[in-house]
Design a protein. Structure first.
Length: 157
């Protein structure tokens, strides 16, 4: 073997020196949170605006429905008031017609009563006249007729 065939020998280490420390590279720092990409910011802002818009639309829809319900209730109340007014008017008309019929019946009854009273007075007047005629007959005609009858009997005998 030749010198050329062998690699040169390594120098000896000193015996009292500690072994050289192998420097390890420092550990990489923990990964920092990734910053939000710019496109996500705008997407989030757009989603937030969309959510606010939908919330506003929901509130407006609720307000509109409440207003419609209130209008329907008001219309029902007015319809009930109208029907009640009609019912009261019809009841008042019915009562007035009944009163009119009672008044007419009372007047008719009074008229019939007055007519009967007139007839009764006329009959009483006729009876009184008849009594006067009968008294006249009894006082004037009867004695005359008896005297005539008496003469006739005397003459016939």
């Amino acid at each position: 073997m030749s010198e050329e065939d062998h690699p040169p020998a390594l120098p000896k280490r000193p015996a009292n020196e500690p072994a050289p420390k192998v420097q390890t590279p420092p550990a990489p720092p923990p990964p920092a949170p990734e910053p939000e990409p710019i496109s996500d910011f705008w997407s989030n802002e757009q989603a937030k605006q969309q959510q606010e818009y939908e919330e506003q639309q929901r509130r407006l829809q609720q307000q509109w429905e409440a207003q419609i319900q209130q209008q329907q209730m008001e219309a029902m109340r007015q319809q009930q008031e109208f029907e009640e007014a009609q019912r009261q008017q019809m009841e008042a008309q019915r009562l007035a017609q009944e009163q009119l019929m009672r008044d007419q019946f009372a007047r008719q009854t009074q008229g019939q009563l007055a007519e009967m009273e007139q007839q009764l007075l006329a009959m009483k007047g006729q009876w009184d006249r008849d009594q006067v005629v009968l008294q006249h007959y009894d006082t004037v005609c009867k004695p005359t007729s008896q005297s005539i009858v008496g003469r006739d009997t005397e003459t016939s005998s």
